[in-house]
Design a protein around this ligand. Structure first.
Ligand code: NAD
Length: 357
């Protein structure tokens, strides 16, 4: 059956995307296409060596490396990096890393309008969205604007090969969560649905092969293809309960980003599967049923994903407060977000049990 909808609106961002093992070597060529010649390279401290390799390859076209990108895009770091970009008269930023590094590139673009070339090394998908989350004084806020949408994305399977197996799995489930929630988004379109289903399929097929052989470049490339599709869905449609819960757990309880997404995904989808039965039916079919939430749980178990919030440092005593916060200003969700049901969901996710419907 096609995914046709009688009424819909779809907006796609203008971005150039290239895939290929070794495509990171084309940063200079992509800069030339855009008439750019002075790149500031961005990484986290952990990926500083990769940043230095990019600088060496670009030669005079790299004016500096800033290796201070940090989780949740702290405003102070963004201001320091922006000052460096202005001081060095950079005419673009090249972000090499995961969602944290891409977040820094977006924060600089917000302040300067500098074009961004992003070379992702995780599956988080931020490179495909016009969304920027930033933190200041312990508060995370989100802005959505075309100003932060990267111009060029280079997906290089060779770079994602170094992602440790544990992070590979949690980052993949983080990406799949964008697609799963995209399936029931109020402003979904046939295009976002096609991308969501194809993105999930790419992970279903390629992730087991990556776990068998983390150096399998073809499988790594396919997971990046899944990341691009799932990230594009995130950029096009609204997110619901799953993302609200993960923002609550990350923002108020400091739980790690990708791991939290991995634990919550089957539970949030099980919560919504009655209210969005037709829309989620392909998920059960794709991952071998019997229901969408149970099928995703089975996949997570098979991929040896973390299953319990308690293993991520969540205290059982905080579950009431988490349910309270997550029910305040809820995002739109296909099933009303009710505190008692949410508390039961959190209990199961905390203990690592199968999802409750
Ligand atoms: P990350 O970027 O924080 O990376 C985690 C760690 O892994 C870092 O130390 C990093 O240097 C390291 N790393 C990354 N790639 C590696 C590789 N290939 N090999 C070895 N080490 C590697 O993690 P993430 O999960 O990609 O991003 C999380 C952040 O992105 C969060 O702040 C989240 O809010 C944000 N995000 C934003 C959007 C958006 O659209 N705005 C979307 C998804 C995620």
């Amino acid at each position: 059956m096609s995914v046709f909808q009688e009424e819909f609106a779809a907006t796609s961002a203008a971005m150039r995307v290239r895939f290929g093992a070794g495509v990171r070597h084309a940063v200079g060529e992509e800069m030339e296409r855009l008439g750019l010649g002075r790149a500031l390279i961005l990484t986290t401290p952990q990926q500083a060596v990769t940043g230095a390799e990019f600088a060496e390859r670009l030669g005079a076209r790299a004016v500096g490396v800033f290796s201070g990108a940090a989780m949740h895009t702290p405003v102070a770091v963004s201001e320091e990096a922006t000052a460096k970009a202005l001081e060095l008269q950079a005419d673009c930023v090249v972000a090499v890393g995961g969602g944290s590094t891409t977040g820094l590139a977006k924060a600089i673009a917000l302040r300067t309008d500098l074009p961004q070339i992003v070379v992702p090394t995780t599956y988080a998908g931020s490179e495909a969205t016009g969304i920027l989350g930033q933190t200041e004084g312990g508060r995370k806020t989100t802005i959505t604007t075309p100003k932060v949408q990267p111009e060029v994305i280079l997906y290089d399977a060779e770079l994602v090969r170094s992602l440790p197996v544990g992070m590979t799995v949690t980052s993949a489930l983080n990406a799949m969560a964008h697609a799963a929630e995209g399936l029931y988004a109020q402003n979904r379109s046939p295009i976002s649905t096609l991308m969501a289903l194809e993105g999930m399929k790419a992970f279903r097929d390629a992730l087991p092969r990556v776990l068998d052989d983390p150096d399998d470049l073809q499988a790594r490339g396919e997971t990046l293809y899944g990341a691009w599709l799932c990230g594009t869905v995130l950029g096009q449609v609204g997110m619901a309960l799953h993302h609200k819960l993960c923002h609550t757990l990350g923002g108020s309880f400091d739980l790690p980003h990708a791991e939290t997404h991995a634990v919550i995904l089957p539970h949030a989808i099980a919560y919504n599967e009655g209210a969005a039965a037709d829309l989620l039916a392909p998920v059960a079919e794709m991952f071998g049923g019997p229901s969408p939430g149970a099928a995703l749980h089975r996949f997570a178990v098979a991929m040896k994903a973390p299953l319990a919030l308690r293993d991520l440092g969540m205290a059982e005593a905080d579950l009431d407060r988490a349910a309270e916060i997550a029910t305040q200003n809820p995002y739109w969700n296909p099933r009303p977000v009710e505190k008692g049901a949410l508390r039961r969901l959190l209990q199961a996710a905390w203990a690592g049990d199968a999802p409750v419907v």
